[in-house]
Ligand binder design. Sequence first.
Ligand code: GRF
Length: 211
Amino acid sequence: MRACYANVQSSVSFAAMPMRVAVCVSGGGSNLEALLDAFASPDDAVDIALVLSDRASAGGLERARRRAVPAEVLTSPENGEEWLHLLDAHQIDLVVLAGYLKRVPPKVVAHYSRRIINIHPALLPAFGGQGMYGKRVHAAVLASGRRESGCTVHLVDEEYDRGPILAQRRVPVLPDDTVESLAARVLEAEHQLLPAVVREAARRGRPVPLR
Ligand code: GRF
């Protein structure tokens, strides 16, 4: 990891360098927007330094460009070398998957071991795994009859949605919920949880469980 702390500014003061974060998106990017809002000040401990996408049409790319954040489309998302080249060029400390739907190449997972996190719109380990994304997750929760759902932030390893859980936030499932109403309630919780986990990662120098 890049040395991001204890940068001596003068003989009497220490200023921490911000943790440089890459956010990976495949879709609309509302979680990206929540991160950009949470860390909008140059004095923040977090710098959203790069947005990566596997899709040129991802709305998240446009959100990044509007805020003058470097935004790149992966020409070959399964190519770990391309990822590592971009992450290195932007001196990235932490990778956040925020609605990124493709598998992260194993080479990248290994290189950024315990420095890649993902947000999932359910209470893992339930309702996760390959093919469990978007509306399918909320439809499965409703079909299960559970009275509670929520979101999970976890470390990324080689398996979909399986890495150690760092934090969860719960929301109720209401009797008249539709997939859309439940998704909206969960998404609102995601927008709180993800910045909180990233803030704590910057404070501690690496992603850690949120207490
Ligand atoms: C979120 O529900 C997230 O949990 C899931 O994909 C969705 C992305 O939404 N992984 P957005 O693109 O951040 O609006």
